[in-house]
Structure formats: C-alpha cells, structure tokens
Design a protein around this ligand. Sequence first.
Ligand code: CTP
Length: 408
Amino acid sequence: MEPIPVFKQRRIILGVTGGIAAYKAADLASKLTQAGAQVDVVMTAAATRFVAPLTFHALTGRPVWTDLWTPVPETAIPHVTLGEAAELVVIAPATADFIAKMAHGLADDLLSALCLSTRAPILIAPAMDVGMWANPVTRENVERLRARGVEVAGPAYGRMASGLEGWGRMIEPAELIGHIRRILGRKGPLAGHRVVVTAGPTYEPIDPVRFIGNRSSGKQGFALAQAALDRGAEVVLITGPVALETPVGARRIDVGTAAEMAEAVWRECGEADVLLMAAAVADYRPARMQPLKIKKGAALTLELVATVDILEGVAARRVERGKPRVVVGFAAETGDLVENARAKLQAKGLDLIVANDVTEPGAGFAVETNRVTLIDAQGRVEPLPLMSKAAVAEAILDRVVDLLQEKG
Ligand code: CTP
C-alpha cells in the first residue's frame, strides 16, 4: 500500500479483542501504517492468545498496549492519554463479549476503559459465531452502541471458523479501511459538497449478445471517487460495466449505454457542485439494435450513429442552473496532447481537462498507473509524472478544491 494523504500522520487506536479474526487485524495494522497513519494497538488479554503483541509491534513500529496496570514511563494513565490523542478508535475484531462490555460501560481492562474515556469517534467491526450475532442480547447491545454514535461496520456473511455459515464474519481489512477513510475524511475540504464521478466504458448493443465497447477498466474514475470521499464529499459514482468494488460511502449507479449514462449524469448534476467525467463514453453506437442474434454469414456492415455528448448537455444545463460549479473532463489522445485537450476544454466548456496520451507505456486503459497533463480554463498547463491512478486522483481533487475556492 502506498501512502494515502487522508491517513498522513493521523492517530488511530486499533483495539484488538479475542477472536480468531484477530489475525486479520495484523493485516489491517500493517496497511494503515503503510498508508501513513500512526497506529497504536491496544489488545485485550484474550486477543494476546490469538496473536502475539510482538506481531503488532513489528508491523506498526510502536509499543503495543495490553495492560491497564503496568506502569509505563511515557504516560501515567495510558487509557486516558492514548484515548485523548486519538482521532479514531477502531475495534477490530470486536467480539460479542467486548461489545457487551462497551454497551454497558464496563471498564475493567485497558481497551474498555479507553473506549469509555475517549472523545474520538469509535468504529467497531464485529466478529463472532452465527448464533452469538443472531442472539437478541447482542443485537440490543449493538443497537445501544449505534444509538450513542458508535459506527458499526459488518459483520459479513460467510464461512465461520466453526464450519458454520452465516452472518458474523469480520469484514475484510480492505473494506474496513474504506470505513476508516470515510470517518477520517468527513471534515475535509469537500464536506457538504456533492461530487458526481463517471467511470468505465459504455456498452452499445449490436444485438442481444454483442456490443461495441472499449478497454476502460474504470480504475481512474473509482480512484477519483475515493479521493473525493477522503475529502469529505458526498459522492455519486455513475459507472459503466466494470469489475471493481464500490468505494465505501459512494452511492453507485450502474449504467450500460451512453444514453443511460447521459440521463443519470444530467439528473444527478442538478444538485452537484462538481462533475468529474472520467468515463470513456462511446462516440458511436449501432443505428439499430438487432432484436435477434445476428447469424454468421457473408460480410456484415454495421451502420453507426453518433452518441449523445454528455458534457455538452451538462454545459447547456449549467448555463441555466449554475450547477455543477466545477466540471472536469478527460481527454484520451494518441497525439498532439495539449492542443487537442485544450480544444476539448473550450468546446465542452470545462474548468479543467485531464489529458493523457494512451499510447504511452504505463498510461491509459487497464493499467495501475497514469501519466496526465492538467490544463485549466485559465490556460495553466501542469504535466504530472508517471504515477499511480490513486495519486493522479489526489492531484486532480486538490485542483478541484482550489477551483471551488477560486469560484468563491
Ligand atoms: N464525453 C462525453 N460524451 C461523449 C463522449 C465523451 O461526455 N459522448 C466526455 C468524456 O467522458 C471525456 C471527454 O468527453 O471527459 C472527452 O472525451 P474523448 O472521447 O477523449 O473526446 P471526444 O470529445 O469524444 O473526441 P474524440 O474522440 O474525437 O477525441
């Protein structure tokens, strides 16, 4: 995992309680640390039966706390000082027993005492046997915590260590990280702003089984959605057919054709502050969709017609309503990058265009990296180096925040 700005030097307490999913907490601690967070692990006695404190110490490079009573030189009262410094307390896994303790305000070990005294938000990832999760006592305890503002992520459905199947598995660290980002980001510079992101290709049907599409994976658009969430935005992600997990917190709308995407974009943009139009929309579609599968035979000529230009429609609506305030387009080029992109920026009435030369190695479709040039309506041209699509998304969102500010 590469460093992620929303985690940079953020102080997270990772509370680990005694369930078999504690081994997944080691992965979580490692990923959060790599992402740039300062992770202090607090374990219950039961948790140390599953994973050694040394494991967390090695992964986080920080002391691991296990005991309310051991005097330590740095702080006289760890449950208070740790909890005060924290920006977020994550309990993963949270056993039925620990949830019950939290729900009733017990404080007989370091982690429960810390949960009682901290003013930081608390996120729990329940993990327990099917029967324990289904038990009305646990449900009541969880509801009680929710009502007090504790956030609950999961559990997931699946196979248990016992061999039983059902609800009770801890959600995977990757998904939990999505919840953590949502909480850490919610006071960010886009808090209170609605951001619409489009991603992926569109599929234009030829007959019931065939379509015209393109190689877009949706990765850059999904990374933009995540970067907007990290800055506190309310995110609507309108996507063509892709094989990607929805970033936690985004409202996802799946579409197929350019016409469907246009309708969704125009509807959602009515109340949006920002549109990030990263989708690789088809420029042509078959003039007619054949109702039955086309049989093989002699040469076949398909008649194509132009699809609707979504950004042009946005520009027209923007004149009427003034929304979205910032519109960002993308230009996939195979030559004359800056000239072509600048022409598109003007023709489509954009505030910023993200241009990339898809013939360059490491840039464009279906790879993890991208090399883009940002060009804005004031004529500023900023070529960025080859970097991950996540880093490209961060750079674009930083520019969007600036553009919103410039517009007042
Ligand atoms: N776009 C759109 N509606 C379309 C086609 C493209 O809104 N029917 C958007 C894309 O999402 C992108 C921008 O327009 O943000 C530029 O897309 P691109 O395909 O590079 O440019 P085109 O205008 O289609 O021009 P050309 O294909 O000739 O380069």
